[in-house]
Every structure is written in structure tokens, then in C-alpha cells.
Design a protein around this ligand. Structure first.
Ligand SMILES: NC(=O)C1=CN([C@@H]2O[C@H](COP(=O)(O)OP(=O)(O)OC[C@H]3O[C@@H](n4cnc5c(N)ncnc54)[C@H](O)[C@@H]3O)[C@@H](O)[C@H]2O)C=CC1
Ligand SMILES: O=C(CO)COP(=O)(O)O
Length: 322
């Protein structure tokens, strides 16, 4: 299919950046948001992307009917809102590609976002966009590569064709589960990496955290049906490395604040919402995920940070690749 008109639903940092990417790729773009007063008036998202002015060609609207008729829709609101927002898109034509751009797991059901989408919006053809990509980098046109997955390889490639440009390079994939698992769990692991940095535990501990965190990601991925190659790619290891090493990441920055003694109840980032669900999924699938367990316990206020670190370091010795 040819995708000419693209709607971005959600005008936060990532939605605004993806609107710019789609416009650079030559698409006709409509950016829908519920709070677009300032954006519509000034063409600048000063809260999330200060200094970046949207070109006149991008239509900014709070009228969802303008989005429903697009050839493809990018759903770019936080994970816990995907169900409600998807329901509001009920008027779409059958098989309209709806590309999930959130990274997380629904708390009430433990569903991945495309599972939520399938329930809430049955006419949609689900897809997912994920990978190492900060909104500010994409908005500025810096080189970025992401993964776009859909069950049908042809659809994944059509969406790649629609969004790809000289600065934004999507790779097509069919492993929706793997891409979503990578995006959801890396946010939890990024909080752990931030805690290591905030607690000044050293560069060696940071590297160990990424490697052992990735071991957890591979184990839960195998249990949930992800392909190992997907987890090795942009949306798994690539995004884990990015968000576990950069203060630009809100999840990492949240972890840094926790490591420095901040109250876990104060901030809400995707990884904090996902952590208790990730822990529960690990238990359901009987997968050992001590770092994920520790993050969940910390953000839920069940243990202190020093206690959690002590528990991780005093676990029984084992073979590395068991
Ligand atoms: N910011 C980034 O660099 C990246 C973010 N993401 C993911 O994209 C998702 C969105 O993140 P951001 O845009 O950064 O968040 P944000 O906080 O900048 O924006 C979220 C937007 O969603 C809107 N929203 C929230 N609830 C809504 C509802 N019920 N109905 C309609 N609109 C609603 C808010 O008004 C806001 O405009 C998250 O899952 C995040 O993990 C993925 C890659 C990069
Ligand atoms: O997912 C992201 C980059 O790939 C953005 O990470 P944060 O949500 O932690 O800022």
C-alpha cells in the first residue's frame, strides 16, 4: 500500500519529533494533540522541544476526525493511555496501519501495547516503532535508526518507506513481540543504570548492569516468544545501551535522582509504570530477573536502594550463561 497521509496522535515530545520525521520523508502530516493551544499558535512545542519550529506544511489540530481518515496513524501517547486513545479512533477504515510508538506494558492487563490495540481497535493493522531515538535528536534531524515491526513484512516495509529519509532510517521487522519486549524492559533497566550512576557505584558497575540486564531481557524474550536476533538489534540492545548511558533519557535521569536519594513516588516515567508489570511477567513465566525485581521493589517503595544493591551482589554464585 502507498502511505501518503500520516496522522500522529499525541503531540508530546516524541509525537512532535515523529511529525517532523514524517514531513521530512515527504508525507502529508497531521499532528493531533489534546493540548495543542501553544503549538498551534506558535508552531513550537516549547515544553518538550524548545527551539524547534514546525514547518507550515504540518497540520496541527485537536480535531481527531482529521487523524481518523489518514492512510496510517502513529499512536504516540504514554502506554497507560493507549487503550483510551485507541478507542477514540474507532472510525478508521478496516486495515488502517496503526503504529504503536509507546514503550511499556499496560498495568491493568500486563498486555503489550499492540495487544491492547487489538482489543481496543479491531479494524487496525497493528505495527510498532521502537529503537534508540531521543525525540530531541530526531526533531533536530540528527541521524537515527529505528525498527518498525508488523506481522506482514510488506506492511512493515511500506511504513518504513513512508517514514524513512536521509536522517531517519527505519529497518523492517516482523517480530512485534520482540520489539515491544525490548522497548518495555529497557526502560526498567535504564532506571537501574541511573541508580548505579546516581549512587556513584562506578563505570565497572554500569557496564555490568547493562550486560546482566541484557541477559534478563534475553531470558524473558525467549519465554515470551521474541526472536533473539530482534533483542540483539536496535529496539533491544541498541535502545538499552542508549537509555542506560545518557542523562537525556528520562528513565535514566529518574534512576539517577533515586540513586541520589529522591522519593520514588515523585516522578512518573514509563519504566516506573512498567516495572511492577515486568516483575509479575517474570514470575508468571518463571524467569529469573533480579535487576528487574530490584527496580520494581525500589519504585514501589518496598526496599531501599542500598538493601537492593546488597541483595543483588550477594546472590548465590552461578555460571554466567545459565
Ligand atoms: N521522548 C522520547 O525521546 C521518546 C519517547 N518514546 C515513547 O513515546 C511515548 C510518549 O512519550 P513522549 O512523547 O516523550 O511523552 P510526553 O510526556 O512528551 O507526551 C505525552 C503526550 O501524550 C499526551 N497524552 C497523555 N494522555 C493522553 C490521553 N489520554 N489522550 C490524549 N493525549 C494524551 C500528553 O498530552 C502529551 O502531549 C512513551 O511511551 C515514550 O516511552 C519513545 C521513543 C523516544
Ligand atoms: O526511548 C527513548 C529513546 O529511545 C527515550 O527514553 P526516555 O523515555 O527514557 O527518555
Amino acid at each position: 500500500m502507498t502511505i501518503e497521509r500520516v496522522a500522529i496522535v499525541g503531540a508530546g515530545a516524541w509525537g512532535t519529533a515523529l511529525a517532523l520525521a514524517a514531513e521530512r520523508a515527504g508525507r502529508s502530516v497531521v499532528l493531533w494533540g489534546r493540548d495543542i493551544g501553544e503549538l498551534a499558535a506558535t508552531r513550537e512545542n516549547s515544553r518538550h522541544l524548545p527551539g524547534i519550529v514546525l514547518p507550515a506544511a504540518i497540520e496541527v489540530t485537536d480535531d481527531l476526525a482529521r487523524a481518523v481518515t489518514a492512510d496510517a496513524i502513529l499512536l504516540v501517547t504514554p502506554t497507560q493511555t493507549v487503550r483510551a486513545v485507541a478507542r477514540r479512533l474507532a472510525g478508521i477504515a478496516d486495515d488502517t496501519p496503526v503504529v504503536i510508538c509507546a514503550k511499556g506494558l499496560e498495568r491493568s492487563t500486563m498486555f503489550r501495547p499492540t495487544e491492547v490495540l487489538e482489543q481496543a481497535l479491531p479494524p487496525a493493522a497493528p505495527a510498532v516503532l521502537s529503537g534508540p531515538s531521543f525525540a530531541a535528536d530526531v526533531a533536530r534531524g540528527l541521524p537515527t535508526a529505528v525498527t518498525i515491526a508488523a506481522a506482514e513484512p510488506r506492511l512493515a516495509m511500506d511504513i518504513c518507506q513512508a517514514l524513512g529519509s536521509i536522517s531517519f532510517r527505519p529497518y523492517a521487522e516482523t517480530d512485534i513481540i520482540g520489539v515491544e519486549i525490548g522497548g518495555a524492559f529497557k526502560n526498567v533497566l535504564a532506571i537501574a543504570a541511573g541508580i548505579v550512576t546516581g549512587r556513584r557505584l562506578g563505570a565497572s558497575a554500569s557496564a555490568a548492569l547493562v550486560a546482566r540486564g541484557f541477559a534478563e531481557l534475553r531470558r524473558i524474550g525467549a519465554a515470551m516468544g521474541a526472536r533473539p536476533e530482534t533483542l540483539m538489534g536496535l529496539s533491544g540492545l541498541g535502545d538499552l545501551v542508549l537509555t542506560s548511558s545518557s542523562p537525556q533519557s528520562r528513565n535514566f535521569a529518574f534512576g539517577v535522582a533515586l540513586g541520589q536519594g529522591a522519593d520514588p513516588a515523585r516522578v512518573l516515567v514509563e519504566g516506573a509504570s512498567t516495572a511492577p508489570v515486568a516483575r509479575e511477567l517474570a514470575r508468571v513465566h518463571q524467569v529469573e530477573m533480579p535487576i528487574t525485581e530490584a527496580v520494581a521493589a525500589i519504585v514501589e517503595g518496598e526496599v531501599g536502594i542500598d538493601e537492593a544493591i546488597g541483595s543483588l551482589m550477594s546472590r548465590p554464585l552461578k555460571h554466567e550463561t545459565d
